[in-house]
Design a protein around this ligand. Structure first.
Ligand code: 16G
Ligand code: MG
Length: 557
């Protein structure tokens, strides 16, 4: 071994031992990477976040120095919690096959070096690594950022770049942009969002152009409201009023507000009143990667009409399908057409009425387990993949090949009809959509702007959107059990394979209800088993969920 390589290896060992002694693991505590990273009480997270810093730097080393991201957030969870997750160079979630390594490294008592060898990471030789960091507005954010920086700096050759206080999707977008060699700062992100939104509005048919659309946004007292305040003046065509904006005195992060609260409770968030009846409203979660819409139908109670992720997905699917049809039918003229495979990805939580609606449009609908990492990956199988969870996580991904087809078609059509044909406008709308909607991960801000642009394009009110289909009544319950890992699911979590006999009981109960559907799954974020039931009336959905929950309790106790 060359002398300087040996020296570097020694330096590497020294740094890892030093950082491990500064961040000892609390005894009896085990971190698990879970559905979307490590999460716990923020005050206890420094050892895990430091190790996530080491992990991110090693991931970058493994991927030949490509930029990797770290986001410090606990999303929609309470203000005192915090969490950390890693973004891969394409801006997506860290590859799943690294999760066992993440767990092993994070729970390693002294030094993580032995397992890095197993992963074939060339530590100690010449290598580089870069990690971009972002955090949300939580009070433990700054202290956990420091822990992450110390972890990254413990890897020889690693460079950490603090991108500041950001929404989760902004950081994912920056990582992706950096690795694509395009501009990756926050102002570049805003310019892309504002510019593509403007292009979408310029492509609204003249007879549909109305006045400024009024929209109230619940920012969950998180980072999404802060960012929206920064750009709203530049979003002409929209009159945005941000509530729960995160300003001093407005309320507590995610407390009685935000997308998770509105979607689960179906009541008005804090900060809204009877004066808002009838106005279109949107709600973000604490790190702005979830989006739902709602409206207060009356001043007499606080129930809301909810438009969840399924209906956002349906609006996007309808619009994209329509643009593809315009491009390909082109009023009967023989012209160059586009071969684009459009696919929809949902989870078992998608309301059955939404799936039915999408299938009635002739669309292909695929299902994956819960969690963005599964949906996003599946959506990449299509030229245009649209995915959403009912809770409001989702986006639209375009293949590189389709983007270049669209670009050349746009140029070709421009030379034929310089003023722009219906076909060219549709191509331009698809291109603007691919710019507006975050390609790395679901993004409430870009999703919101796409919704607004589509509603203006169609000349639709909130009511028109609601009426796309009627949700089937559903019920979700949680069951506390001794060990939730006893439940093993299959077929995208729609069936239980273990313990044996449970699925038969679920089937038997479900058969008693018209349009009955029910599944159970262990939560990836809480120590509970979740039960979901759907039926043609609320009473039936409640009763189906309850009887299945009883079976789970009895069997798993
Ligand atoms: C995480 C996931 C979310 C999923 C939820 C399920 C990401 C970024 N977040 O919040 O997609 O819906 O977990 O929670 O993937 P559960 O397993 O506790 O039901
Ligand atoms: Mg979130």
């Amino acid at each position: 071994m060359a002398a300087n390589q040996e020296e570097q290896e020694q330096e590497q060992r020294r740094r890892l031992l030093a950082v491990a002694s500064r961040f000892p693991l609390p005894s009896g505590c085990r971190f698990s990477y879970g559905t979307a990273g490590f999460r716990a009480d923020g005050a206890t997270m420094a050892p895990a976040v430091c190790r996530a810093g080491i992990l991110a730097a090693l991931r970058s080393v493994k991927l030949a120095g490509a930029a990797v991201g770290i986001v410090i957030t606990a999303s929609h969870n309470p203000f005192g919690d915090n969490g950390v997750k890693i973004a891969d160079p394409d801006g997506g979630m860290m590859a799943q096959h690294w999760e066992p390594f993440a767990d092993a490294l994070t729970n390693a008592p002294l030094t993580p070096t032995p397992s890095s060898r197993d992963e074939g990471i060339p530590l100690g030789s010449q290598h580089t690594a870069q990690v971009l960091l972002g955090r949300d507005t939580r009070p433990t954010g700054a202290y956990l950022l420091d822990a992450a920086l110390q972890g990254i700096n413990a890897i020889v050759g690693a460079c950490a770049i603090d991108m500041g206080i950001l929404t989760t999707p902004q950081l994912h977008w920056m990582v992706r942009s950096k690795n694509k060699g395009v501009k990756a700062s926050e102002s570049d992100y805003f310019m892309q969002l504002i510019g593509s939104f403007r292009r979408m509005l310029e492509l609204v048919p003249k007879d549909k152009i109305g006045g400024e659309e009024k929209l109230i946004v619940d920012g969950a007292n998180g980072i999404g409201g802060v960012k929206l305040e920064q750009i709203k003046a530049e979003l002409s065509g929209l009159d945005i009023n941000v509530r729960n904006s995160g300003k001093e005195g407005e309320g507590i992060l995610n407390h009685m507000c935000g997308a998770d609260f509105v979607q689960k409770e179906r009541v008005t968030p804090h900060g809204f009143s009877s004066e808002d009846v009838g106005v279109r409203c949107a709600s973000l979660d604490g790190d702005a990667d979830r989006l739902v819409y709602f409206r207060l139908p009356s001043a007499s109670d606080n129930r809301v009409d909810l438009v969840d992720g399924d209906k956002i997905l349906s609006l996007f699917a309808l619009f994209i399908r329509e643009q593809l049809d315009i491009v390909n039918n082109n009023g009967g003229q023989a012209n160059k057409s586009l071969s684009a495979r459009l696919g929809i990805v949902q989870t078992a939580y998608a309301n059955g009425a939404s799936t039915q609606f999408l299938k009635s449009l002739g669309l292909e609908v695929a299902f994956t387990p819960t969690g963005v990492k599964y949906l996003h990956k599946r959506a990449l199988d299509y030229d245009i993949g649209i995915y959403f969870e009912a809770n409001g996580h989702g986006t639209v991904v375009f293949s590189e090949d389709l983007i270049s087809q669209l670009e050349s078609l746009s140029n070709e059509l421009a030379s034929q009809a310089p003023t722009g044909s219906a076909q060219r406008h549709a191509v331009m709308r698809l291109l603007a959509t691919s710019q507006l909607i975050n390609q790395a991960v679901g993004d409430a801000l870009s999703g919101l702007l796409l919704v607004e642009a589509i509603l203006q394009y169609k000349g639709w009110s909130f009511q028109n959107w609601c009426e796309l289909y009627s949700d089937l009544p559903s019920r979700q319950l949680k069951v506390k059990v001794k060990d939730r890992s006893v439940i093993v699911t299959t077929d995208a979590e729609t069936k239980v394979s273990q313990p044996s006999g449970l699925q038969e009981l679920i089937d038997k109960e479900t058969a008693n209800y018209t349009h009955g559907r029910c599944f159970v799954r262990p939560s990836g974020t809480e120590d509970v088993v979740r039960v979901y039931a759907e039926a043609s009336t609320q009473v039936e959905a409640d009763s189906l969920a309850k009887s299945v929950a009883h079976h789970v309790e009895r069997i798993l106790g």
